[in-house]
Design a protein around this ligand. Sequence first.
Ligand SMILES: [Zn+2]
Ligand SMILES: [Zn+2]
Length: 148
Amino acid sequence: MTEASRLDHPVTGRCLCGAVTITVEAMEAQVDICHCAMCQRWSGAFYAGVKGENVTVEGEAAVTAYRSSEWAERAFCGTCGSNLWYRFLPTGSRSFLAGLFDLPTGFGIERQIFVDEKPDWYDIAQESPMLTGEEIIAEAEAAGFSFG
Ligand SMILES: [Zn+2]
Ligand SMILES: [Zn+2]
């Protein structure tokens, strides 16, 4: 996989009510898509996340984090209910809901995962790598993570 290009300026996103703002420096110019059943339930359809370095969150007091599984936490604004981020607990890395930000044009899709759990009423037309749940779990296990 080639290194994603990064934006050369910080981007700030916010929840619907504005209580929480998130600034990401050097955001990767691509979106990560997850079609798993949990993301469908959480996001309404699929999860679309962005990530980058040097993240600043303001309004932490309004943030509620929900431990959605042994290895992940999902955060949302306790005032307006906007979903904010998904945190993979073994590494602490977060990805943020793409819709919180006014993103510049030209973003690609890094890949779509859990494509086997995607409902059949939509498809994402943009060309991107697609992995099943089994494939992404095998990849994570090969990287040293375990899922009970
Ligand atoms: Zn809010
Ligand atoms: Zn998911």
